[in-house]
Design a protein around this ligand. Structure first.
Ligand code: FEO
Ligand code: CA
Ligand code: CA
Ligand code: CA
Length: 605
C-alpha cells in the first residue's frame, strides 16, 4: 500500500475532515472569497439587495437564487478576464421571503414574479485579482440575466411540433423562459449548455387531463398534479396543465446561451431529447463531429448521447459559434444499455464479483436521427418530445439517478455520477445489476467508460465502476482498488469536473454520512487511482455545485444553505454574511495562498 498523504499533481493538499460547520471549510494554506451572492447586482441599475424589500424588477437585475452550474469562459489568452456563467436552478419561497411577508397558501402576484426572475442564468464579467488571488465581478456590457421571462428560440427536429404549440405561441417555436437549470457544460466553441431538470414541479392539475395518451405522457414525466406548491397557476394559466396541456412539453430541454453576445436569443435544442436533463457536456468525435452526453436525473432513468451529423469548426468567432450551435439541431440521439460481465454474482450487497470489478460492455441504442425514428410506435417528433417513453421501448438500462456526465480531457474516458437510488431493488422496482449493484443505494457511485476506439461516435463501449461511494469502513464501498483506510468518506456524487491533470473532482448533494456536503478530488490513473480526498465542505443545509477546477483556482456554487430550516423565521445557516443574517446561495473562489493570480488552464477545455 502507498504511504498516506502521497499526492499526484493537482491534489497536493491535506484533506478537510468531514464536519457540520456553517462555513466553507478549505485546506490549510488556501484562501477563499465569495464571488457573488443571491441578490448582488448583475446588470446596470440593479438596486442593493434588501431581503425585506424585494421586487421582481430588482431581482431581474440581480444574481438569481440557488446557483448550480458554474462555467468560466476565457476572454483573453492569459485567462485573466473570464465570463462567469451560472445557473439558478429553483426557488424555495419559504426561504426566499421573510416569514411575516410570505403565506405559502396565498402568495402575492409580486412574490410569484420575483420567483420567476430568480430562475434562469447569470452572465458576469470577472477579473482575477493578480495580487490577492480572488475572482471579482466587474461591470460589463456582457453582463446579463436570463429568467423565466426571456424568449427562447426552439430549434431542431421538434421545433414547431404540434406537441409544443400553445395559445401564447401557436408557432411552437418561441418559449418564454427556462427553469430548473441544474448543471451544464461549456462548449468547445465558447457557449454554455444548460439542462432543464425538475421542470415538472411548477405545473398544476395534470391529473385533470382526461385524454389517456396525454395523461400517460404527463405521468411519465411526473408533471404536477393538484394545486402546485408555488401556486403560479393562479397568475399565469400556462402553469395550469388542463388549460395549456402542451406547456410542460416546452421545458425539459438542453438550452444554449451565447454569453459573448448579450443580444443573442438563447436556444432550446430539441434534437438532444426531452427529459430531466442534469447537464450536457461535449466531446468532439474522431471524425470531427460533436457528441453531447446527458443524464436524466431521476431514479431508474437513462443516460443519453447525441452525435451530430455535421462537423465542428474550430474557434470562438461569431461565425464558428453559429456554425457549431447549428450542429446540435441535426444528428442521432442514443440511449445507453449496460451489460455486466459477472452475471449471477450481483446480490445487491455491493460485494465485488470474483473478477474484482463491477464492469462490462455496453451499447448505444439509436432512438432517432433527424426526422427518422428507430423506435417502434414512435414518430421522430415523439422520440424527441417524449424521449423517456421512447427509451423505455428501446430497452435502455435503468440507472441510479444519472447526474453529471463529463469527458476526461486527459485520458479520453467518460465519467458519470449516479447520485443514489433508495428504490433500487424495492418491491416492483428494477433489481440491482452490475452497473447499479446495490439494493437501496443510499450513497451512489461513479461510472467510467471507454467508447470503442476512444471515439465518441462509437456505438459500443466498455465500462467499470470507479467508486462505490459511502463510508469506507463499510464492506459495500469500493474506491478504485485504493486502500480504503486512506480515503475520505464520500456520499451522493452529483457534479463532476476535471483539473488540467485529468484528476476527477466530484461535488456531492445529500451526504448520508452525518456530515455536510463537499468537493472531493480523485486521481483516475496510476497507483493513486481511487484515492478520494475531500477538498472542501459547504455550510449547513447546502449542496456543493459547480465546480470549476483550474491549475490554481477552484470555483464552487454553494446551493441552498440553510434549506433544512422550515422557513426564514428560524434560519439554520447564516452563511455567508454571518451574525443573524439570512443564508444566501453564493459562488466561492478558492486558491492556494501565494500562487500567481491567473486562473490557469481550465480542465475541460
Ligand atoms: Fe438538480 Fe440532479 O440535481
Ligand atoms: Ca465484473
Ligand atoms: Ca445536480
Ligand atoms: Ca442533485
Amino acid at each position: 500500500p502507498l504511504a498516506k498523504g502521497r499526492t499526484v499533481p493537482g491534489t497536493d493538499f491535506t484533506p478537510v475532515p468531514p464536519n457540520k460547520l456553517d462555513a466553507v471549510s478549505i485546506p490549510d494554506g488556501y484562501a477563499q472569497h465569495v464571488v457573488i451572492r443571491w441578490g448582488d447586482p448583475v446588470v446596470p441599475g440593479a438596486p442593493k439587495f434588501d431581503f425585506r424589500k424585494q421586487t421582481a424588477a430588482a431581482q431581474a437585475k440581480q444574481f438569481g437564487y440557488n446557483n448550480d452550474f458554474v462555467g468560466l469562459i476565457p476572454q483573453d489568452p492569459l485567462g485573466l478576464r473570464n465570463l462567469l456563467v451560472v445557473n439558478h436552478e429553483y426557488t424555495t419561497e419559504v426561504h426566499l421571503f421573510p416569514a411575516d411577508q410570505y403565506d405559502p397558501a396565498n402568495p402575492t402576484e409580486e412574490q410569484v414574479k420575483i420567483a420567476w426572475a430568480a430562475h434562469g442564468l447569470s452572465v458576469l464579467q470577472t477579473l482575477r485579482d493578480p495580487i490577492g488571488g480572488a475572482l471579482r465581478t466587474v461591470p460589463s456590457p456582457l453582463n446579463r440575466r436570463i429568467t423565466l421571462d426571456t424568449i427562447f428560440e426552439v430549434r431542431g427536429p421538434a421545433a414547431g411540433s404540434k406537441y409544443l404549440k400553445t395559445s401564447a405561441d401557436p408557432s411552437g417555436k418561441r418559449v418564454r423562459g427556462t427553469q430548473n437549470n441544474c448543471s451544464g457544460g461549456v462548449t468547445p466553441w465558447g457557449t454554455v449548455l444548460s439542462g432543464e431538470e425538475n421542470f415538472h414541479q411548477y405545473f398544476a392539475n395534470a391529473d385533470k387531463v382526461t385524454d389517456p395518451a396525454e395523461a400517460a405522457r404527463l405521468k411519465r414525466y411526473a408533471i404536477g398534479t393538484g394545486t402546485s406548491t408555488r401556486k403560479w397557476e393562479r397568475f399565469d394559466k400556462r402553469w395550469d396543465v388542463p388549460r395549456e396541456p402542451n406547456e410542460p412539453n416546452r421545458f425539459g430541454w438542453v438550452v444554449e446561451i451565447d454569453p459573448n453576445d448579450p443580444n443573442s436569443t438563447p436556444v432550446k435544442h430539441t434534437a438532444l431529447g426531452r427529459f430531466k436533463h442534469e447537464a450536457a457536456n461535449v466531446k468532439i468525435t474522431a471524425d470531427g463531429r460533436v457528441a453531447v452526453y446527458s443524464g436524466d436525473d431521476e431514479r431508474f432513468e437513462y443516460i443519453y448521447k447525441f452525435v451530430s451529423k455535421g462537423k465542428y469548426k474550430k474557434g470562438h468567432s461569431a461565425l464558428a459559434r453559429r456554425h457549431n450551435s447549428a450542429l446540435l439541431d441535426d444528428g442521432t440521439l442514443y440511449a445507453a444499455k449496460f451489460s455486466g460481465d459477472s452475471p449471477g454474482e450481483i446480490d445487491g450487497s455491493g460485494k465485488l464479483p470474483a473478477d474484482g470489478e463491477f464492469d462490462g460492455t455496453g451499447e448505444w441504442i439509436p432512438l432517432a436521427s433527424g426526422n427518422k425514428s428507430f423506435v417502434d410506435g414512435f414518430t421522430a417528433e415523439e422520440v424527441y418530445v417524449f424521449t423517456r417513453q421512447a427509451a423505455d421501448r428501446a430497452g435502455a438500462t435503468k440507472m441510479d439517478r444519472p447526474e453529471d456526465i463529463e469527458p476526461n480531457p486527459v485520458n479520453g474516458r467518460i465519467y458519470a455520477a449516479l447520485t443514489n437510488n433508495s428504490d433500487r431493488g424495492a418491491a416492483g422496482k428494477a433489481a440491482p445489476d452490475e452497473a447499479n449493484p446495490r439494493t437501496r443505494n443510499k450513497n451512489g457511485h461513479v461510472l467510467e467508460w471507454d467508447e470503442e476506439r476512444g471515439d465518441s461516435a462509437a456505438t459500443r463501449f466498455s465500462w467499470r465502476l470507479l467508486l462505490v461511494c459511502g463510508d469506507p469502513a463499510t464492506a459495500d464501498t469500493y474506491f478504485g482498488g485504493f486502500p480504503k483506510d486512506q480515503v475520505s468518506p464520500i456520499s451522493c456524487p452529483d457534479n463532476v469536473a476535471f483539473d488540467p491533470h485529468g484528476n476527477l473532482w466530484i461535488s456531492t448533494d445529500g451526504n448520508t454520512l452525518g456530515a455536510n456536503d463537499g468537493l472531493f478530488s480523485v486521481p483516475v490513473s496510476g497507483p493513486e487511482r481511487g484515492h478520494v480526498k475531500q477538498f472542501l465542505s459547504v455550510p449547513v443545509g447546502a449542496e456543493t455545485c459547480g465546480p470549476v477546477v483550474t491549475e490554481n483556482l477552484v470555483l464552487v456554487a454553494v446551493q441552498h444553505p440553510g434549506e433544512d430550516a422550515a422557513s426564514s423565521a428560524n434560519p439554520t445557516s447564516h452563511w455567508p454574511d454571518g451574525g443573524g443574517s439570512q443564508p444566501r446561495p453564493a459562488i466561492v473562489s478558492v486558491w492556494k495562498k501565494g500562487t500567481f493570480g491567473l486562473p490557469g488552464r481550465i480542465g475541460h477545455r
